[in-house]
Design a binder for this molecule. Structure first.
Ligand code: DGL
Length: 255
């Protein structure tokens, strides 16, 4: 039986899910979190669906073997689109929350608007995203914007670099003046949102699903009577033995 003082496990291919952990902590500072970044295998976004599924399952099994967990937050759009169904089948006793590109939020804000979704190749090609496109694509104009190289730079700690500005200019320059909203459909991207906003200008609103995911986690824990009332805690683990990966995660969490 899950207990109130069990952990909320938060998982990503690397440091991206820290953007979701920040939202979770804002909303639920008293919870105990175990964050796991699979930085040794990042990025997931250019891999086959099967590979992403296997890596995600392996990461979840590792965390569950080591920590008592009451809820799992898959803080990775890519892993959610490839593995959430299987995770829910295999760990049916666990509260499992995934994240998907915030297209609904964007369509609610801009009915009939021009929306961009920047995400990994896996997220943009999976069936889950196709269903979202189907739901909102008749009313809104939706541009799919893959972002090869972006996660790699963030994982390398180069969020504030000229290299980053050059890449963002190349990826988003063609959309200047053409979008009402850009959905950041990968949990790594909020860490460069200021730089993205600088490229796209004030007329494009940036949206992401981190807050919604945190709210959903709160709702599910509340409903199950599993909210922790004691002292909050954060543990960070990485599959990459190089301490730079966890150091970067802490820096992004506290930055
Ligand atoms: N942070 C992940 C996401 O939300 C993916 C990054 C990757 O390609 O590994 O999609």
């Amino acid at each position: 039986m899950p207990r109130k003082d069990d952990y909320i496990a938060v998982l990503d291919s690397g440091v991206g899910g820290i953007s979701v952990l920040r939202q979770l902590r804002k909303l639920m500072p008293n919870e105990k979190y175990i964050y796991y970044g699979d930085s040794a295998n990042a990025p997931y976004g250019n891999r086959s669906t099967e590979e992403v599924r296997d890596l995600t399952m392996a990461a979840v099994e590792k965390i569950l073997a080591e920590y008592p967990v009451k809820a799992l937050v898959v803080a990775c759009n890519t892993a959610t689109s490839a593995a959430i169904k299987l995770l829910r089948e295999r760990f049916s006793d666990l509260i499992i929350i995934g994240i998907e590109p915030a297209l609904k939020l964007a369509a609610d804000h801009f009915p009939g608007g021009r929306l961009g979704v920047m995400a990994t190749n896996v997220t943009l090609r999976e069936e889950k995203f196709e269903r979202l496109m189907h739901r909102f694509g008749t009313e809104c104009t939706i541009s799919k914007i893959p972002a090869p190289g972006l996660v790699e730079l963030i994982e390398a700690g180069k969020t504030d670099s000229e290299e980053m500005d050059r890449l963002l200019q190349k990826l988003l320059g063609p959309y200047v003046g053409r979008l009402d909203a850009l959905v950041l459909g990968c949990t790594h991207y909020p860490f460069v949102s200021r730089r993205i906003a600088r490229v796209l200008g004030q007329d494009t609103v940036l949206l992401h699903g981190g807050k919604g995911t945190a709210r959903e986690t709160l709702r599910r824990l509340e409903k199950a009577g599993l909210l922790h009332e004691g002292q909050g805690q954060v543990l960070i683990r990485s599959s990459d033995p190089n301490p730079a990966a966890t150091e970067l995660a802490w820096k992004l969490l506290n930055g």
